[in-house]
Design a protein around this ligand. Structure first.
Ligand code: GLY
Length: 332
């Protein structure tokens, strides 16, 4: 199935189809020079499958992990394209998770003032969320995503077959973003998780529809798109201090930012998915990291709160309230 993201001249299709990786050449224009970017944690066969379908592929494998969202690695991609004689007619294809997508999307946006970019996300987390919506970025001075641009891909290919090689812990982390989509905008999606009856393709499709609707209304995050950050305020603080995955931190961050009745329903859903519902860490350190990440307006930080599945509210929290939120899931 195909979900069209309608953004005027920047509109594009997201193709969700088991096996689509193996016929990418029919779906993408690969009849040119193609920088295929992947990372060392992604099974090599995925980038090789894409490269084999390109007229002239140059494969670059960056180190696995957030550390690759950096100026040196970005520069490496740009220099590689220069050395290989890439022109404005050539393109970049990301094959991997959110790190690869964010980094190579930015490289494509910068090279020769912007060349085509295709995203082939291979983790559930990036398939459900980060590959859609045109956010590209690297990190700077320890601040995540502090250097980047909004630039939509030309197309996104989501092949759920890639989930077969994804470790269970990463699958669970991806489901956290899908539970998030259900809680903020699709009560029926959340109910599927409560019933314990989740087909990954259906869950992905419903999460994509949520993302489509939000991005189409607010591409540049001047308002509504902030709801996609549900669970991320406390989550980012936890992520900075612990070694947990992004999705695991989002799972933890959603717990305090729900009404008590929703929280009671959410905790068993997360536990059944194999996600953490509390974490051992220093709450003061998490709180300090969270403040480092967020700008307070009038001493308050606005967070997304879910009072009923499928709906949201933006609420300003005082530092004391936020500190209490951290304490609900971070135990020393
Ligand atoms: N991952 C949140 C967003 O795309 O806005």
């Amino acid at each position: 199935m195909t979900v069209r993201i309608e953004l005027g001249e920047s509109s594009y299709d997201v193709v969700l189809e088991p096996g689509c990786l193996s016929h990418a050449e029919e779906l993408l224009d690969l009849d040119r020079k193609v920088l295929v970017v992947t990372d060392a944690g992604v099974p090599e066969e995925y980038a090789e499958t894409v490269a084999a379908q390109c007229k002239n592929a140059v494969v670059v494998t960056v180190p696995e992990g957030e550390g690759s969202k950096s100026f040196p690695v970005l520069e490496k991609l740009l220099v590689k394209m220069l050395e290989e004689g890439f022109t404005r007619r050539d393109c970049v294809v990301a094959v991997g998770g959110g790190v690869v997508g964010d980094l190579s999307g930015l490289a494509a946006a910068l090279y020769m003032r912007g060349i085509d970019f295709y995203n082939i996300p291979t983790t559930l987390l990036s398939q459900a969320d980060s590959s859609i919506g045109g956010k590209t970025a690297i990190d700077l001075a320890g601040i995540k995503n502090s250097v980047g641009v909004f630039r939509q891909p030309k197309k996104v290919l989501i092949d759920p077959e890639t989930l077969k090689t994804l470790p269970a812990r990463q699958i669970a982390a991806g489901y956290a973003e899908i539970v998030k989509a259900g809680l903020i905008a699709d009560a029926a999606l959340f109910s599927l998780f409560e019933a314990g009856d989740v087909d990954p393709v259906e869950a992905l499709y419903r999460a994509l529809l949520v993302k489509k609707s939000v991005v189409e209304q607010d591409e540049r995050e001047s308002g509504l798109r902030r709801i996609l950050n549900f669970g991320h305020t406390v989550g980012h603080g936890i992520e900075s201090v612990t070694g947990l995955y992004h999705g695991e931190c989002v799972a933890l961050g959603m717990i305090p930012t729900c009404a008590p009745a929703v929280r009671e329903r959410l905790i068993p859903v997360l536990a059944r998915l194999g996600l953490p519902t509390s974490v051992k860490a220093d709450p003061d350190k998490v709180y300090a990291a969270l403040l480092h990440d967020k700008k307070a307006a009038d001493g308050k930080i606005t967070v997304v709160r879910v009072n009923e599945p499928g709906s949201f509210e933006l609420i300003p929290l005082s530092p004391e309230e936020l500190r209490d939120y951290v304490g609900m899931v971070v135990k020393s």
